[in-house]
Design a binder for this molecule. Structure first.
Ligand code: SAM
Length: 260
């Protein structure tokens, strides 16, 4: 099989791992499943036998045509997953399940794409580079916690499903891999914030990792006095860094800044 490294093509050759990934989706017999990057079909084969409806999004033209021949009953969309509006894939009001051994070079954009579709995606079981998974899983206060962790926590409940060594793939990647299950549970209502401006506020808060939250907010244009009072109203020290602040306190600071 010809392999295109630029497209992140490392094919899974561990049948137990393929089975565990599909199992992590639960009972899919009545569900529509969207697979990102089906490749040579290691996961697709199991999904095709179990899902009510399977849509596979593959950018590589050669692989897409092989998949069409191999799995005539599934829908193959030959496209960049980031260009696909997931709402166009569903029938009626059903929610989609997403699965995939992701092309690692665009893991974060794909996660953000899935989060932005959280109203119509109920769960995603996705494989990524181990270090990225650690950032997604990270708790506030840990060295891995950052904008990606905060965003993932804002949208989903996150569980580690499986860790895999490079030998589970052909060709073996240079990195280790982890499968995560993201169960979509957006927290905007609970936190009392609007998605768009709160996400923009998070981006400002995490803009420079080495700076304090107060400094980042000053760089974003907030006046020092407003920042000091928002931090003290939210019972956060002036020296706090964004990576030490959980979402509840982040939302309190955001609302306090908006009110003053
Ligand atoms: N699912 C297969 C497996 O586990 O063996 C292949 C996984 S491989 C890590 C990633 C797959 O994503 C490749 O088939 C690659 O061609 C495809 N891909 C790369 N970029 C893509 C994109 N932007 N949109 C959709 N698929 C993409």
């Amino acid at each position: 099989m010809r392999q295109k490294p630029k497209l992140g093509q490392n094919f899974l050759v561990d049948p137990a791992a393929s089975a565990a990934i599909v199992d992590a989706l639960g009972d899919i017999s009545a569900k529509t499943v969207v697979e990102i990057g089906p490749g040579a079909g290691a996961i697709t084969e199991i999904l095709a036998a179990q899902a009510r409806r399977l849509i596979a999004i593959e950018l590589d033209r050669d692989l897409a045509s092989q998949l069409r021949a191999q799995f005539p009953s599934i829908e193959i969309v030959e496209a960049d997953v980031l260009s696909i509006d997931l709402t166009t894939l569903r029938q009626g009001e059903e929610k989609l399940l997403v699965v995939g051994n992701l092309p690692y070079y665009i893991t974060s954009p794909i996660l953000l794409h899935l989060f932005s579709a959280c109203d119509i995606v109920s769960m995603a079981v996705v494989m990524m580079q181990r270090e990225v998974a650690e950032r997604v899983l990270a708790e506030p206060g840990s060295s891995d916690y950052g904008l990606l962790s905060a965003t993932a926590r804002l949208y989903s409940r996150i569980e580690r499903v499986l860790d895999l060594p490079p030998t589970a793939f052909v060709p073996p990647p240079q990195v280790r891999s982890t499968v995560l299950r993201l169960t979509m549970q957006p927290r905007f209502t609970e936190l009392g914030v609007e998605p768009r401006p709160f996400l923009a506020f998070l981006r400002q808060s995490f803009a420079q990792k080495r700076k304090t939250l107060a400094k980042n907010l000053r760089s974003a244009g907030f006046a020092s006095a407003r920042i000091s009072s928002a931090l003290s109203e939210s019972r956060m020290p002036g020296t706090a860094r964004a990576e030490e602040v959980d979402l509840q306190h982040m939302a309190a600071i955001y609302k306090s800044l908006a009110a003053n």
